[in-house]
Design a binder for this molecule. Structure first.
Ligand code: SAH
Ligand code: MG
Length: 215
């Protein structure tokens, strides 16, 4: 309508097939990772093909050389992020489950990226200190247990450089239970209003927060 701002998150059913045909965002390397992760019994919760491409392009645009990912699963998003690294860059990715990390190691090997990525196994909040000496970081991607998002954000506020990029997946997720809804909402509010971040929320597959550390 004339005079009305464009609606948020409103798209057309023809957009996805159009962009899919243009980009073919899931190439054979990524398709193999998705299939092998399923076959290994991993939960089917990796980012989708479009969000994978979004992660890669945002990381490239940020010029990120030192990256941290929390929540590796089978390595799908790690491959997307690591593809954005230039020769001397490095991605540290954190995964609770040893079995998931094994699948991810194979994924990174097949993608030719194992030398640019370190997989840290164990609860991220216990392991993050192992990489703090490699910081401050240019980009942090959160995609693990949602209950710990506030703690991961506090870590990013200490170890992401000013001007660095925070990405967080699933910030529109309808959480199980009121308590989790409150946790994610408080996380989003901190990005929006704490004065430490300049944030936006992309209405992608499950909601992707994109924020730049400003203080
Ligand atoms: N980023 C992945 C998907 C991650 S799914 C992708 O898009 O390809 C979430 C992962 O976080 C799971 O593998 C789960 O085992 C892991 N996780 C859950 N709690 C964790 C914790 N405390 N520390 C590290 N990883 C955790
Ligand atoms: Mg996710």
């Amino acid at each position: 309508m004339p005079g009305e701002p464009k609606a948020y998150a409103a798209s057309h059913p023809a957009v996805a097939p159009y962009v899919e045909a243009l980009l073919e965002p899931e190439d054979t390397v990524l398709a193999e990772i998705r299939a092998r992760s399923r076959a290994a019994g991993l939960p089917d919760i990796a980012v989708g093909p479009f969000d994978g491409r979004h992660l890669e392009v945002i990381a490239r645009a940020a010029g990120a050389r030192r990256m941290v990912e929390i929540g590796t699963l089978g390595g799908y998003s790690a491959v997307c992020l690591a593809r954005a690294l230039r020769g001397d860059g490095h991605l540290h990715t954190f995964e609770l489950e040893a079995a998931h990390a094994e699948v991810a190691r194979e994924s990174l090997h097949r993608a030719g990226l194992l030398d640019r990525v370190t997989i840290h196994v164990g609860p991220a909040l216990d392991r993050l200190q192992d990489v703090e000496g490699d910081g401050p970081f240019d980009l942090v991607f959160l995609d693990a247990d949602k209950a710990s998002y506030p703690d991961y954000l506090a870590w990013a506020e200490r170890h992401l450089r000013i001007g660095g990029t925070l990405l967080a997946d699933n910030v529109f997720r309808k959480p199980r239970g009121r308590e989790m809804a409150d946790v994610i909402h408080a996380f989003n509010e901190r990005l929006a209003s704490s004065g430490r971040w300049r944030a936006t929320f992309l209405p992608l597959e499950d909601g992707l927060a994109v924020a730049v550390r400003v203080a």
